[in-house]
Each structure stands twice: as structure tokens, then as C-alpha cells.
Ligand binder design. Structure first.
Ligand SMILES: [Zn+2]
Length: 117
């Protein structure tokens, strides 16, 4: 889930405003229009730079998990291919790992166009 808000908890959409305080001059923040007109009420407040940075960290973490999964799949496939080359297992088991690696629009099951192994 993104750290960049789209709505305040009051239900209104948030917009980006510019801070004019001496402590944070020119710094952008998310706020709903109700909060701007009623400053005494409690509404969502988030700095834009902190929200974007949190999203970058989240995407980096997700990407690292994906890389680890692909490396694990590659290692498993290589182990099975080694076993296959040694003649200890059948092709169907190796094909299951090809199916696991063929994603993003490629056929995932019952593909008859397997590469030659
Ligand atoms: Zn609000």
C-alpha cells in the first residue's frame, strides 16, 4: 500500500499545499480542503517528501524480495537440470520449473512448446 495518501480520513480528497511556516518554508504537504478551512479539527497531514521516500523504500523492499525469489527459482531449476542431466528424473519435473519461470504473459501450464533439454 502506498504511503502517498489520496484521501483524508474524513473522506475528502487530499491536495498538495505549500508550507509557509518559518520551520518548513516551501515544504509541500498533503491535506484535505476541510482541514485548511478548519485548522482546529483533526485531519490527515503528511509531508510529501516523507511520503515519497517511504514509497521508494517500500518498492525497494518488494524488488529485493522479487530478486530473491527469482534467484531461488533459478537455483532450484539448475539443481533439477543437473539431476536431469545425470538421468535421475523425468522431463516433466523439469518442465514444471520452466512453467514457474514463464510468467508475465507466457503460458504457465500444459505448454507443449518446451525447449529442448
Ligand atoms: Zn479531512
Amino acid at each position: 500500500m502506498s504511503a502517498i495518501p489520496t484521501h483524508c480520513w474524513c473522506g475528502h480528497k487530499v491536495d498538495i499545499f505549500l508550507s509557509r511556516t518559518p520551520r518548513n518554508p516551501g515544504r509541500r504537504f498533503y491535506r484535505c480542503i476541510i482541514a485548511i478551512h478548519r485548522p482546529g479539527e483533526s485531519h490527515l497531514f503528511k509531508w510529501v517528501d516523507e511520503s515519497i521516500l517511504a514509497d521508494i523504500h517500500r518498492v525497494d523492499s518488494t524488488q529485493q524480495e522479487f530478486i530473491t525469489q527469482v534467484q531461488d527459482l533459478r537455483q532450484t531449476l539448475e539443481q533439477h537440470l543437473t539431476v536431469q542431466e545425470e538421468g535421475h528424473t523425468g522431463k516433466e519435473e523439469v518442465f514444471q520449473y520452466y512453467d514457474l519461470l514463464w510468467f508475465n504473459g507466457r503460458p504457465t501450464t500444459k505448454n507443449t512448446n518446451y525447449p529442448s533439454i
